[in-house]
Design a protein around this ligand. Structure first.
Ligand code: ADP
Length: 383
């Protein structure tokens, strides 16, 4: 499945599926000033940039003429119209390649009218001088949480089939949700390098109610230590091929079977990596990567469920680049949420999981620009 379009990395960066922007006021007249925004996180730099695509659209009109001239046939009139569609494109770079990212911006997005760059994430502070020096633009910082939530609200309300439920064993693995104006309240678990847990009650009302340092950076970091593979995608590939039961201690390894009176099946993980302390054999990279992916996804799943219950929330969305639309990750998180809440809480994933902050920062810029609109420049946007 191509969840976010081309999700495989080509070297240092990869492009992801673009979205068509809804025909809102704020996207009209977007010229060049704030056509892009950047989100520099702990691991990855995400870029969202705007372009318009002009294309011809065939419009078909049918006429049901009375029998006389046409023997009752339907007549069709086909006209071709020009439409301009506004699109938002995405690209991500590992932070180690931030200079490549800045070169991309300089070569493709900056023009003589560009004066500022909208930036969010910790890197908007850490790399401010580098960005300003290299691009000769002023960094316009936006708060990370505000952008994250703004981006999340936007995609949930506007982008068709953005959110979906993952069900590994169902007939259709992905159950896409319709967009809905009434999205609140919900819980957002953003799994980036670390984890942020945010309760969102209205467009501008949210609170970061928790977090964890055991997140995507932990999978990447511990995974690199265990397998000597520093590439995230390779780690995921290893995990896909592994058997976690070779490394983890299961309930049945302790009980010889299920612990029936507590409702714990024999195959449940009792202790992640529990077998490694007592077994002398070497463990395969695949098995260790799988066990690690399970450990982190289960842990976050349980945290999500506890926070959801504590705050009476039944919808939990997962964002952040750790997920990467990866079936094992989504299944483990879904399984653990179902297990702990007995199905009361729903785990939902997002097609643009990793770009919420960048989308939010872009929208901030677009809103600011729309206040400076020049009325003679109207762009038609089609959805
Ligand atoms: P941050 O804003 O903290 O960088 P992200 O939402 O971008 O957070 O997610 C970063 C995490 O995504 C990494 O720690 C890693 O677990 C995972 N990840 C996904 N794709 C990649 C990749 N190509 N390279 C490195 N990490 C990746």
């Amino acid at each position: 499945m191509a969840l976010s379009g081309g999700t495989t990395d080509r070297g240092s960066h990869s492009m992801d599926k673009s979205i068509t922007l809804p025909p809102d006021e704020i996207f009209r007249n977007l010229e060049n000033a704030k056509m892009f925004a950047i989100d520099i996180g702990g691991s990855l730099t995400k870029l969202a940039y705007y372009s318009t695509v002009q294309h011809k659209v065939a419009k078909v009109r049918s006429f049901d003429h009375s029998a006389k001239e046409t023997d009752g046939d339907l007549l069709y009139e086909i006209s071709v119209q020009e439409e301009i569609t506004a699109r938002l494109h995405f690209i991500k770079f590992e932070n180690a390649y931030i200079e490549t990212c800045l070169d991309f911006i300089k070569d493709h997005l900056v023009n003589t009218e560009t004066k500022v760059i909208k930036a969010t994430g910790g890197g908007a502070y850490k790399f401010k001088d580098l960005v300003e020096k290299k691009l000769k633009l002023k960094v316009d910082k936006e708060d990370e949480m505000t952008c994250l939530i703004k981006g999340c609200n936007f995609v949930l309300k506007n982008i068709p089939h953005e959110a979906f439920v993952y069900a590994k064993h169902a007939d259709s693995e992905f159950r896409f949700q319709n967009t809905h104006p009434d999205i609140f309240p919900y819980l957002l678990i953003n799994i980036g390098s670390g984890v942020s847990i945010v309760k969102v009650e209205a467009e501008d009302k949210f609170e970061r109610i928790g977090g964890s340092s055991i997140g995507g950076g932990t999978f990447w970091g511990l995974g690199a230590l265990l397998t000597k593979t520093k590439r995230f995608d390779e780690l995921l590939q290893l995990a896909s091929k592994g058997q976690h039961t070779n490394v983890d201690m299961l309930v049945k390894d302790i009980y010889g079977g299920a612990y029936g009176s507590l409702g714990l099946t024999g195959n449940l993980i009792a202790s992640s990596f529990g077998k490694s302390a007592t077994t002398d054999k070497e463990f395969s990279k695949e098995d260790m990567a799988k066990s690690l992916l399970h450990m982190i996804s289960n842990d976050i799943g349980q945290l999500a469920c506890l926070y959801a219950k504590l705050h009476n929330l039944t919808r939990v969305y997962f964002g952040g680049f750790f997920i990467r639309g990866h079936p094992v990750t989504m299944h483990t998180i879904t399984y653990s949420i179902n297990f702990f809440t007995k199905g009361e809480v729903q785990a939902l994933f997002l097609r643009h999981e990793g770009y919420l902050g960048a989308i939010g920062a872009f929208l901030k810029g677009a809103e600011e620009d729309s206040k400076l609109l020049r009325p003679n420049k109207v762009l038609l946007l089609s959805h």
